[in-house]
Design a protein around this ligand. Sequence first.
Ligand SMILES: Nc1nc2c(c(=O)[nH]1)N[C@H]1C(S)=C(S)[C@@H](COP(=O)(O)OP(=O)(O)OC[C@H]3O[C@@H](n4cnc5c(=O)[nH]c(N)nc54)[C@H](O)[C@@H]3O)O[C@H]1N2
Ligand SMILES: Nc1nc2c(c(=O)[nH]1)N[C@H]1C(S)=C(S)[C@@H](COP(=O)(O)OP(=O)(O)OC[C@H]3O[C@@H](n4cnc5c(=O)[nH]c(N)nc54)[C@H](O)[C@@H]3O)O[C@H]1N2
Ligand code: SF4
Ligand SMILES: [Mo]
Length: 695
Amino acid sequence: MLSQDQPSSHCCFCSMQCGLEIMPNEKTSVLMTKPSPNFPVATNRLCQKGLNALDHVLHPERIMEPLLKSKAEPHGWLKVSWEQAYADIAKRIKALQETYGPDVVGVYGGGSLTNEVSYLLGKFTRVALRSKYIDYNGRYCMSSAAAASNQAFGIDRGMTMPLTEIPNAQYIILAGTNIAECQPTMMPYLMEAKKKGAVIVTIDPRNTMTSKVADIHVRLQPGFDSVFINGLLHIMIEEKLVDQRFVQERTSGFELLREAVKSFTPARVEELTGILEAVLRTIARGFAKAETGIVLTARGLEQQVNGVENTLNYINLTLVTGKIGRKGCGFGAVTGQANGQGGREHGQKADQLPGYRLIEDPAAREHVAKVWGIDPQELPGKGVSAYELLQKVDEGEIKALIVLGSNPLVSSPNNRMVERALQKLDLLVVVDMFESETARYAHYLLPASSFAEAEGTMTNLEGRVFHRQKAMELPGSCRFDFHIICELAEALGRGAYFQYTGVEDVFRELAAATAGGKADYSGITYQRLQEEKGIFWPCPALDHPGTPQLFESRFHHPDGKAKLFGIQPKMPAEPIDAEYPYVLTTGRLANHYLSGVQKRRTEALNKKAPVPVAEIHPWLAKRIGLGTEGKIRITSRRGSLCVEVKITEGIQPRTVFVPFHWGDELSINVLTNDALDPTSRMPEFKICAVNIEAI
Ligand SMILES: Nc1nc2c(c(=O)[nH]1)N[C@H]1C(S)=C(S)[C@@H](COP(=O)(O)OP(=O)(O)OC[C@H]3O[C@@H](n4cnc5c(=O)[nH]c(N)nc54)[C@H](O)[C@@H]3O)O[C@H]1N2
Ligand SMILES: Nc1nc2c(c(=O)[nH]1)N[C@H]1C(S)=C(S)[C@@H](COP(=O)(O)OP(=O)(O)OC[C@H]3O[C@@H](n4cnc5c(=O)[nH]c(N)nc54)[C@H](O)[C@@H]3O)O[C@H]1N2
Ligand code: SF4
Ligand SMILES: [Mo]
């Protein structure tokens, strides 16, 4: 099973991308993982997920052969050869495209895929299918932070600094980010900062494992981040704590910001949020006066219809205090999935070409078309975001869909719409390791490789590009995603554009396609990655060292300045009312991973948290007449769910938290709202109005 000489890899789960080694257990000889001493990001560290990362790889339910849905039995599958599968899929796609045009086919990708596969998926959609419809699960994940970073800085790299700057920070604000559960091996960086005297502030509606290490925990009602930040900015201006020189020399837009925060007096913010004026003043003064400081955000405030504005306001904090572009300073929207960073740079997004270029920009089209050997006019225009793509399926405009690296039936908001849509497809092809909830509706289920088998490059949450080796041999008839994409292109008669000698060859083309773009990888080669254990993009030349710390002398807007924004806080899409008087928020716990396809097949972790448990406050429990135990029914305008409860003081009283790790009758996404941020098109997973009853 082991690929003889190189049994080292990287964990497939979160964006830390910890290095691991694979070896047989001395006693049982079952393969296991061990932390690697060689990767500089989390040297010798793996969390529970990394330690159990092979469970799904070796799981008996893994799909080993291409499967065709059997017409005889409703949920039965027939084994077919790869050649039969490709030929039939291509035939069906061609027939649909002849009748309805190229855009009748859509592609839905994922943020766990390597840079090479993400890149090929974008190219495949535009060149082999000639369709404009591609998007990916990162739309649900990083798109608000991405849009905000692009607007404020002119570039989107989740973290503007390497993790090694965290211990140099004297003041750290963690907002809507539960690092202790979601990027556990990052905690030592925070603990080191704390040991050196740093103050840590957490902002979350719940007490989390992360808030345990905080000096100040702000328990904010979901949706109030911008009110809170405007309060801090108001105090900074009133008490003359703004870094005037930085604001003047390196930013634009301060007057708009000043105007927007004028009415957010501490007294008013206290009234709106319940956060005491004294706490506001302590944080505003502490952060502004600290010599160095870092702000980290994540999905808590991003997965909202105001997610872009919320993020912009946290960026405002770092800019008005001059805490960016130097030692111990920076802003970071903490990326989620394994390749959440690289996956959003190379063309999986509806409006994007490789290197973070825009598909509607004529110069970008010309550059990429040249690399691909096609006429720029052949390139389609921009498509629509992930959820809107599924809506197009529901409306019948998209009749064939290829899903590679995601389980949208569980991970999308308003699950019922998605389930209805998938059933309408004339052709659903799912490329996966397992029969996910989405794959149950597939006509073809194609067996993919796991992280341990597939070589490629990934880009971690810092913007560090590194090479992941092949550690194990492919089992059964499984194939690499990159082969599957190229072979499908061949079957569609477009194979001439997908001739590669191997993954490294794909990377060479990717690097050329990104040259001159925002996410410039053109100076990176496999050889360099093997020698240097990771290079931070932008890296525009072979002799360029890469860019760990961004914005040391200029931001990426043409004038070199960062933009400040005046944010007027807005309501969530679905405010609470008499009928739905509570706020549902959703997220993850340490032992879960996303929609659960891989993690629910990991016995050791599954045992620890086998079913969803809602967190509610004793005030709420009393109000609905719930004793110390029992179940509750949570109902939104879209559906309802019965779950067990954990009664805890550690949650904002009107808020209920439920993890989203399950499908079918345990899926909380049956309830969530599909309202989208107007700019990023990210769904409001973090806020919807619900009613709660004891049962
Ligand atoms: N164990 C585990 N780790 C993971 C994952 C996983 O599924 N399981 N997934 C990975 C992925 S893809 C991602 S994107 C990341 C996600 O990482 P995070 O974004 O850190 O995780 P979440 O639990 O979604 O949300 C973080 C916190 O936001 C809070 N929150 C809710 N509403 C608000 C609000 O209005 N304001 C503020 N300030 N906070 C709010 C929630 O209570 C929660 O504690 O984790 C990655 N790591
Ligand atoms: N309510 C609620 N919903 C949410 C969120 C939330 O906070 N609340 N968070 C959102 C976020 S941040 C995210 S990132 C999404 C993620 O949600 P999904 O996109 O559904 O992510 P996964 O559950 O990781 O599904 C990935 C699928 O790809 C397969 N896979 C893994 N690696 C590979 C590979 O290399 N090749 C191939 N072909 N397949 C592979 C896995 O087996 C699995 O079936 O969920 C979103 N949904
Ligand atoms: S911190 Fe993330 S990358 Fe590291 S072992 Fe845990 S899940 Fe895997
Ligand atoms: Mo995510």
